[in-house]
Design a protein around this ligand. Structure first.
Ligand code: BDR
Ligand code: CA
Length: 312
């Protein structure tokens, strides 16, 4: 029997985090040990409700614990994204669905450390939100970096423009101090799935049609409708960028992306560029590479994998 890859997801459940959770659960190839929530697209409380609702929708509410983490960034105020993800964070798609599942007692930071230690060397952390929880975990448990198998982060952009400011991607922008700490922490394997690749993983009308015989078709169509509209206004294409699902895709199959190993740091002291991920492609700073940066993606194979998982 093939051992499933053990993962913990850390989410701020908005539209694409929800799709990432569905992919992780429905792929059947991951052992999701737990989901930790954090302030980000929406408040911590809303992210937790949304996560519980998605697990109910996926039929996994009894199998996967949800644990709450930080309710604000390390040093900055919250920066919600209701414009993109809607008032409730799920584009209103589950507005009237009652939530039965509740978060477990305890804090995400302790849950991450205890779970990783229990399966030392075997757990991949898939981070699809501001990195506050992981930064707090590294501060409280510095030995964590030696016990994790890999950290996969949806965040940053190294060769293009940001999606909050001209230079910064949302997850890094919201808590740049946390992101800097995580990137500099010394994790032996850290992969950055940034906008460079996630902007190429576009769910379009064609893919929605292909989802028709999936139990999640109505949900996906409803939750992505406004998101697609916003994306079209900004980028001229009607699509939903599968930012967070691609991070799960990388956990499922590394071959979906090409990567380069570089030194990457985060700007935290600039009016204009806070949250920018600076990648030293030419090793000008002579620092040791700390991040496997995704530079290319096999978009259609990833979309196929996504659709297959949801149809299964
Ligand atoms: C990231 O920002 C959030 O709004 C999304 O959920 C995703 O994690 C994309 O920049
Ligand atoms: Ca997210």
């Amino acid at each position: 029997m093939v051992m499933k890859k053990k993962v913990i997801l850390d989410v701020d459940t908005g539209v694409d985090d929800a799709l990432a959770i569905l992919l992780a659960v429905r792929s059947g190839e991951l052992d999701v040990l737990g989901i930790t929530t954090v302030n980000g697209n929406v408040s911590l409380a809303q992210a937790t409700i949304n996560t519980c609702k998605i697990l109910q929708l996926a039929g996994a509410e009894n199998d996967i614990p949800v644990v709450q983490g930080a309710d604000k960034p390390l040093m900055r105020p919250s920066h919600f994204e209701h414009k993109v993800h809607g008032k409730d964070g799920l584009g209103g798609a589950l507005r009237d669905v009652p939530v039965h599942k509740q978060a477990e007692p305890g804090h995400a930071v302790d849950f991450i450390f205890d779970t990783v230690r229990r399966h030392s060397g075997d757990v991949t952390l898939v981070m699809t939100a501001p990195l506050t929880n992981l930064a707090l975990a590294v501060m409280k448990y510095p030995q964590l970096i030696h016990e994790v198998q890999e950290v996969i982060i949806m965040g940053g952009v190294v060769q293009g423009f940001g999606n909050v400011t001209p230079t910064a991607e949302y997850n890094i922008y919201v808590d740049p101090e946390a992101a800097k700490m995580v990137l500099q922490a010394g994790f032996p394997k850290l992969t950055l799935v940034g906008l460079d690749v996630t902007r190429k993983a576009l769910l379009t009308e064609k893919h929605l049609d292909a989802l028709q015989d999936s139990p999640f078709a109505d949900y996906v169509r409803a939750s992505t409708a406004d998101y697609m509209q916003r994306y079209q206004e900004r980028n001229g294409v009607r699509a939903c960028a599968l930012h967070d699902p691609l991070a799960v895709g990388v956990a499922l199959n590394k071959e979906l992306v090409t990567t380069g190993h570089y030194y990457v740091d985060v700007e935290t002291r600039s009016d204009l560029c806070d949250g920018m991920t600076v990648c030293d492609f030419q090793n000008r700073l002579q620092r040791q590479a700390n991040v496997h940066v995704c530079t290319g993606v096999a978009s259609e194979p990833f979309l196929e994998l996504f659709i297959e998982a949801l149809r299964r």
